[in-house]
Write a protein that binds this ligand. Structure first.
Ligand SMILES: [Zn+2]
Length: 491
């Protein structure tokens, strides 16, 4: 069922110009590289817009740093030694496999924690040629290696975060030497996955939107904005809970701090903010949960880590964002390797200290996939109808404008309405095919409102506004159209 749905969804994304690939398609494609077609790019832009707005509302500034950095940076960050996946190669057919993926696929009901030792204890056959796989597991580094100039060893960034930390001192000056402050980057990152197979959820090139809050340790514990949200509830699904209770619990942030599910107020505040962003992105509340990383699967740099997971129709619960307390690990490492001190004055104690970092790592590529997965609705085969029921604020194109028939007087008025609305929203004008077909096309593309200009419009200066989801139609005066749509499109 899920597999069938996934195939159908991918076909829909390709046909309607959302996602193409794997690229380059005409050369057979490389796994893990995808393109955004016209509608996909618009949808992803909307995702990034919501994330950007959330950061900016909280005083974060956007920056853009190079995506390639020399080897030394990745030695310092820990990625060169620690950012690896255990892999195994079939001696017979030479295929490579990620050990974790093999075990999850071959033993789906076993809850394996240590993949490497599990692999060594069990006989595992190559999925391609069925011969027995060897026991020697090697570590595959996930970074993409490149060269700068002649022989200068460098790597494409596997996360935007590290490249942000390199400019901590400049940012510190920009914020007039006052902590806490935040900056964020939205841009590409690269991971040389062994065999990516989950469409946009696991790719080798992808977009990240990562915010970094630089904050002193004592400020984390005593973070004033927390008071404004302490009674807000969020859906926790902690690893410490999971042992005896598999349900999601909505409890307040204040309670979560008391229970020690969360470690400090600043972290709690930003975890809430991230959860809220997912509601704003359009995800239904009952499909969201917060999952804490167990001590075993926490990234090498994280002191505390929670994922925002969303339940997809295709892949089930899927991580779309991570909130990490990276402590003072990163700045200490870069100070050590670069020889530049990253310690700055803490006015409270009068001493110089290394700031801590809280990180909010969104995956806009994954979020775009998730929105298509959840809001893609195929109605019954007989009806032949597909509706992409994205919330209007997330829809790639907001309004379609149709003259009922191809008559000059209707086309003239329709063009006038289109021009007027286009100055505020992205609209689509369509005069081909029957009106029924145009409504279907418009719904498939996720356009929330369709406006039709008919002969009555010439007399009463009104148009028909059709709601994509309810299919209800309303007459609206052209002079009041913008005002009405402004409210409708905020939903
Ligand atoms: Zn093989």
């Amino acid at each position: 069922m899920e597999k069938e749905f996934l195939q159908e969804l991918i076909a829909f994304m390709q046909q309607k110009g959302f996602v193409w690939g794997p690229e380059p398609e005409i050369y057979g494609g490389m796994a893990g590289f995808y393109s955004y077609g016209p509608l996909g790019k618009l949808l992803k832009n909307n995702v990034e817009y919501i994330i950007r707005k959330t950061f900016q509302k909280n005083g974060f500034f956007e920056v853009e740093f190079p995506t390639i950095a020399p080897k030394k940076v990745w030695e310092a960050s820990g990625h060169l030694s620690g950012f690896t996946d255990p892999m195994v190669e079939c001696k017979k057919c030479k295929s490579s496999f990620k050990v974790e993926q093999l075990i999850e696929e071959l033993f789906p009901n076993k809850n394996v924690k240590d993949f490497e030792s599990f692999f060594k204890k069990h006989e595992v056959k190559c999925p391609n040629c069925k011969s027995l796989l060897p026991k020697d597991v090697s570590n595959h580094n996930l970074m993409m290696k490149t060269f700068v100039g002649i022989g200068g060893e460098a790597y494409c960034r596997p996360e935007t975060a590290t490249t942000t930390y390199l400019q901590f001192l400049r940012c510190y000056d920009f914020f007039r030497k006052k902590l806490p402050f935040g900056v964020f980057q939205i841009g590409p990152a690269y991971r040389n996955e062994i065999s990516p197979r989950q469409h946009l959820l696991r790719t080798r090139e992808f977009t990240q939107a990562e915010g970094q809050l630089f904050i002193f340790d004592h400020q984390k514990k005593d973070y004033k904005p927390f008071e404004t949200v302490k009674n807000e509830k969020i859906p926790f699904w902690s690893w410490s809970l999971r042992k005896d209770d598999k349900t999601v619990k909505k409890i307040s942030l204040g309670e979560a701090l008391k229970n020690k599910w969360l470690k400090n107020k600043a972290y709690a505040y930003f975890l809430y903010l991230t959860y809220k962003t997912f509601l704003e992105l359009g995800f239904p509340d009952d499909r969201i949960r917060l999952n804490q990383h167990s001590p075993d699967d926490k990234a090498f740099y994280a002191d505390d880590a929670w994922d925002i997971e969303v339940k997809l129709n295709s892949f089930g619960w899927t991580e779309l964002c991570g909130v990490h307390d990276r402590t003072d690990y990163d700045l200490k490492q870069h100070a050590k390797f670069s020889g530049k001190s990253m310690d700055v004055l803490d006015e409270e104690s009068g001493k110089k200290k290394t700031p801590h970092i809280l990180e909010f790592a969104y995956g806009p590529s994954r979020i775009t996939f998730a929105l298509l997965d959840i809001f893609y609705n195929k109605k019954s085969e007989q009806e032949g109808k597909t509706i992409l029921s994205l919330p209007p604020r997330m829809a790639p194109i907001k309004i379609s404008v149709f003259p009922l028939l191809r008559k000059p007087e209707l086309i003239k008025l329709a063009n006038k309405v289109y021009d007027d609305l286009s100055s505020s929203w992205l609209c689509k004008y369509d005069e081909t095919a029957s009106i029924g077909k145009r409504y279907l096309r418009s719904a498939e593309e996720g356009i929330p409102f369709a406006i039709t200009i008919d002969f009555d419009s010439l007399e009463d200066k009104s148009v028909t506004v059709r709601n994509r989801d309810t299919e209800k139609q309303k007459r609206v005066k052209i002079s009041e159209l913008k005002e009405k749509l402004f409210v409708l499109l905020k939903q």
